[in-house]
Write a protein that binds this ligand. Structure first.
Ligand SMILES: Nc1ncnc2c1ncn2[C@@H]1O[C@H](COP(=O)(O)OP(=O)(O)OP(=O)(O)O)[C@@H](O)[C@H]1O
Ligand SMILES: CC(C)(CO)[C@@H](O)C(=O)[O-]
Ligand code: BAL
Length: 284
């Protein structure tokens, strides 16, 4: 596996891959890799001949009081994991290579960015859209893979890619990969490593409460009452607070106060022991 840390080396390496192989896949990450990321890498292989993974802890998507400094960085261990998966190219720029002095551009996706995590983390999706737009322009992948764990992020990126003609105009250029979970149902996340063993045990209550709510909704229970009961269950299990718990249209994330004919998604963000966890599931 080749590692590029400058744009010049990246462009040469991508050109080399393109000479040898037809299709290139991109898997953007912030590192601290786990089985969720490796599942994206394996899925990427099914869609392309060469796989490029980026590792970049993107300062622009962190708020002023968020965990940018604490975010786990383990490039050597990540490199070994990616080598083991047969990844062709790792793109691991420093902040100065991604945002050289004078950088002054912002990509902002209206609508789908505005609720849920967008409301709880002002500026977050502008940071995500800006860096993913840059990554797409840097690598020019035929296909890019993102996890459904970050459902709203996936929706924002799909909107941006369509609006800015960033990817090939086929429907599956942005592939969403199903959330990989621990045995107790907790979604794998780099931030799970912030949890104490006790908080980690309690955190399994989040997906359990969500599943119970979905069963109730499908049985015809009132949406408002079900969400309130679910929030209470999450807090009773030891979470400090619930940032949001909402039903949304699965494609646009438009508000969906009650179940209708549209496909719905249940999306939750909750805090435990100083760590903010997110999850989402289809109401199906
Ligand atoms: N459990 C998971 N299942 C599937 N994909 C995942 C999972 N966790 C992360 N991903 C995906 O991996 C990509 C990189 O995510 P990122 O590096 O932010 O990891 P993360 O575990 O989501 O970290 P964080 O704790 O910052 O949310 C994203 O597309 C994300 O949706
Ligand atoms: C897509 C992404 C790599 C952009 O920094 C990040 O938000 C992530 O890891 O989900
Ligand atoms: N996986 C989403 C990236 C973030 O929370 O900043």
């Amino acid at each position: 596996m080749q590692t590029a840390t400058t744009l010049e080396v990246l462009r040469k390496a991508v050109a080399g891959l393109r000479q040898d192989r037809a299709r290139v896949a991109l898997v953007p990450t912030m590192g601290a890799l786990h089985e969720g990321h490796l599942t994206l890498v394996r899925e990427a292989r099914r869609h392309a001949d060469a796989v490029v993974v980026s590792i970049f802890v993107n300062p622009r998507q962190f708020g002023p009081n968020e965990d940018l400094d604490a975010y786990p960085r383990q490039l050597a261990a990540d490199t070994a994991l990616l080598e083991n998966e047969g990844v062709e190219l790792l793109w691991a720029p420093e902040v100065g290579a991604m945002y050289p002095a004078g950088f002054a551009t912002n990509v902002s996706v209206t609508g789908v960015s505005e609720r849920l995590c967008g409301a709880a983390r002002p500026g977050h999706f502008d940071g995500v859209a800006t860096v993913v737009c840059k990554l797409f322009n840097q690598v020019r992948p035929d296909v890019a893979l993102f996890g459904e764990k970050d459902w709203q992020q996936l929706a924002v990126i799909r909107r941006m890619a369509r609006d800015l003609d960033l990817t090939a105009p086929h429907a599956d250029a942005i592939v969403g990969v199903a959330t990989v979970r621990e045995a107790d149902g907790l979604a794998l996340s780099s931030r799970n490593r912030y949890l104490t063993p006790e908080a980690r045990t309690r955190a399994g209550a989040l997906p359990r409460a969500m599943r119970r709510a979905i069963v109730a909704l499908l049985a015809g229970a009132d949406a408002g009452g079900t969400l309130t009961a679910m929030e209470a269950e999450i807090v009773a299990a030891g979470f400090a607070s619930v940032d949001y718990a909402d039903l949304a249209d699965a494609a646009t994330l438009a508000p969906l106060p009650a179940l209708g004919p549209e496909p719905a998604r249940l999306l939750v963000a909750a805090r435990i022991g100083g760590t903010r966890l997110i999850d989402n599931m289809p109401v199906a």
